[in-house]
Design a binder for this molecule. Structure first.
Ligand code: PFF
Length: 454
């Protein structure tokens, strides 16, 4: 079945940094610390970890199995394993979700670029939060610069993807991911050594189980999906570039560990500093663009820390953006037989257009709403609350109920090269067939308001 001419990852390290690059993104660096803070600290982290290990890992195995078995894009993969089956909807959801996520993700990616440039300017950093809030809302609601920055971010992602897997995605991930790790680590050390950092550490790690509600469980599950890039064919697509001999168990475990490690490190980089300067932690997405510069203004070499931080956000965002783009590009090249260049140009045009609408919806288009949401909010909402859970549900149903059990085992054991203990396989299958579909259905029904938990 293998296609000798198909591009693919060249080394295990390459696979690991690329998959971890997809997983580690804006979801880890801001969303995770913020959710932890508002949902009972360590109690949330424990629940999140349980979801990652018990539920998300088997979903990740499922996506890798589909991708590596077929060595094809999401549509091609489903078609090979189940020709003409309704499960082809997994392909449609994957491409739609990639476009939808990219349409707001690359706008935020553009903001990170702008803030890298801004950080060099002596007028930018000030301890006056009203001034910083004005700078942020002034910039993000403008019609020109944020759109230019969004297109620049998207263009840079497109340049990496057009170079292919080995010479593009893998090559850049190998440089960017270790750099990201070193920078986040440095920032975390700076943050936890500030006077008064203890309160932030306590905020992150003190388990307050009384704050756990049904909503908390859902927030943890949604975050785990988004953060691990599950439910939208990203891991299927990357899995299709993984060598037959690689141990899929190991890759999945290491990705989940890296993603969770980065999230906790990001928490340590942000929260202790927020507390040390007596700033309220619950400011939502603007925290990164308003509160952190306020902190940098009060640190020696503040401009340097500011440049480093926004550069970190940029790297994290671009290594995720390329994985999202690749889902679309793999589909265009393999199913519609376009050249890679043409595929990237078309993806750029589609996302460039939707992203522009989403960027303008923070300013001139703020009154244009669909289902009561601006374009930006709609893309964000549709992705996490609809596309990812539905996609994840269909993937586990497909692997659990449609694929042959022997094929699943063959793939998980890399054709027999990796010993998979029978109780481990039974546990994985139990979760894939029953636990995951039921849990995801509950999340989904709750998020569209059909049932109400707690
Ligand atoms: N995992 C990325 C993050 O945490 O920011 C976002 C993401 C990337 C979601 C790729 C989905 C995906 F397919």
């Amino acid at each position: 079945m293998a296609n000798m001419n198909r591009d693919g990852f060249g080394s295990r390290f390459g696979v690991l940094v690329a998959v971890a690059g997809s997983a580690v993104g804006l979801g880890n660096l801001w969303r995770f610390p913020y959710l932890v803070g508002n949902n009972g600290g360590a109690a949330f982290i424990i629940i999140y970890l349980l979801f990652v290990i018990l539920l998300c890992l088997p979903i990740m195995f499922s996506e890798f199995i589909i991708g590596r078995r077929t060595q094809a894009n999401v549509f091609g993969a489903i078609n090979k394993l189940a020709p003409k089956s309704p499960f082809i909807i997994i392909g449609i959801i994957s491409v739609a979700a990639s476009i939808s996520i990219m349409s707001f993700y690359s706008v935020v990616g553009g903001w990170t670029l702008e803030y890298i440039f801004k950080s060099f300017s002596p007028q930018f950093l000030t301890a006056d939060s009203a001034n910083l809030a004005n700078q942020f809302s002034g910039f993000s609601s403008a019609s020109f610069m944020p759109v230019v920055m969004h297109l620049l971010f998207l263009g840079l992602s497109a340049l990496i993807v057009v170079a292919g897997i080995k010479n593009g995605i893998e090559k850049y991930s190998k440089i960017l991911m270790p750099a990201l790790f070193v920078l986040v680590l440095l920032l975390a050390v700076r943050s936890i050594t500030l006077d008064g950092a203890g309160a932030g550490i306590r905020f992150l790690f003190y388990p307050d189980f009384s704050k756990i509600t049904g909503e908390t469980l859902l927030a943890a599950l949604g975050q785990a999906f988004f953060s691990l890039s599950l439910g939208m064919g990203c891991i299927i697509t990357y899995g299709s570039y993984v060598n037959r001999k690689e141990n899929l168990f190991k890759i999945s475990l290491m990705t989940a560990a890296a993603d969770t490690g980065f999230a906790i490190l990001a928490g340590l980089a942000v929260m202790p500093a927020v507390f040390a300067f007596g700033i309220p932690p619950g400011q939502g997405p603007s925290l990164v663009f308003i509160t952190l510069p306020q902190i940098f203004a009060q640190l020696p070499f503040g401009n340097l820390f500011s440049v480093a931080f926004f550069f970190i956000l940029f790297i994290a965002a671009i290594t995720s953006a390329i994985s999202l783009l690749e889902v679309i590009v793999a589909y265009f090249t393999e199913e519609l037989k376009l050249t890679r260049k043409a595929a990237v140009i078309i993806a750029f045009t589609i996302i460039g257009t939707f992203g522009t609408l989403s960027s303008l919806s923070n300013g001139v288009l703020k009154d244009v709403t669909i289902f009561g949401k601006t374009f930006f909010d709609l893309f964000d909402y549709a992705s996490s609350n609809i596309f990812l859970p539905v996609g994840g549900l269909l993937v586990v149903l497909f692997v659990g109920w449609r694929m042959k059990r022997a094929d699943v085992l063959d793939e998980l054991s890399s054709g027999g090269a990796v010993a998979v203990k029978s109780f481990v396989f039974r546990w994985v299958m139990l979760i894939i067939k029953f636990v995951a579909p039921i849990a995801i259905t509950i999340v989904l029904l709750n998020s569209i308001g059909l049932i109400k938990l707690f």
